[in-house]
Design a protein around this ligand. Sequence first.
Ligand SMILES: Cc1cc2nc3c(=O)[nH]c(=O)nc-3n(C[C@H](O)[C@H](O)[C@H](O)COP(=O)(O)O)c2cc1C
Length: 211
Amino acid sequence: MSQSDPRRITLAITGASGAQYGLRLLQCLVAADIQVMLMISKAAQVVIATETDLALPGRPDEQQVCLSQLYGAKSDQIRVFGREQWMAPVASGSGAPSSMVVCPCSTGCLSAIATGASNNLIERAADVALKERRQLILVPREAPYSEIHLEHMLKLTRMGVVVVPASPGFYHRPQSVEDMVDFIVARILNQLGVEQTLLPRWGEGLLSSRD
Ligand SMILES: Cc1cc2nc3c(=O)[nH]c(=O)nc-3n(C[C@H](O)[C@H](O)[C@H](O)COP(=O)(O)O)c2cc1C
């Protein structure tokens, strides 16, 4: 995998449970002054409506305005692309950022990436990341995993993809859902090389009073 350039990142939010992971990651990337090329699948929009209070509009241009206002992004810091917007920068190796995250990643999207389907812009952007040997981070959420899911994760891991399952730890003694979300988002930011203060690194402030 090539070196990451954390000034521009592609983020796809797909329809696995855990929309909060993707939205919180977006918020943190904006706060870190990173430009985000964002795609939100149709299923993800259903999950967002089910799991959060966010009233996200359906059209990408309206989503861009909505999310930019919500997270205080600069003009064009968040760019939202639709499922068949093939002229978007993420659709080509010459225009795509050097890192892509799919968070959360549905098992359907996992399958499409593992087989190179490229049937929509999210799948195409991931295919570009793979062919260009760029950083690709997937955050699947399913329980239990089938043999198919595990085979896809193994295949992609062997190609250099980083699979960060949405399985928060508890050793930081989470007090809220937000703390559990931040556990996973911190892991992703660490992978991207983006400074984060959501969670101390192991050995730095995480020892319990019993230790
Ligand atoms: C409320 C809700 C929760 C879902 N949770 C999951 C999940 O945790 N994991 C998963 O892989 N799919 C889940 N799905 C199913 C996916 O959304 C579905 O397979 C969809 O086709 C994925 O499409 P996408 O990859 O284009 O987002 C969920 C769907 C809904 C509506």
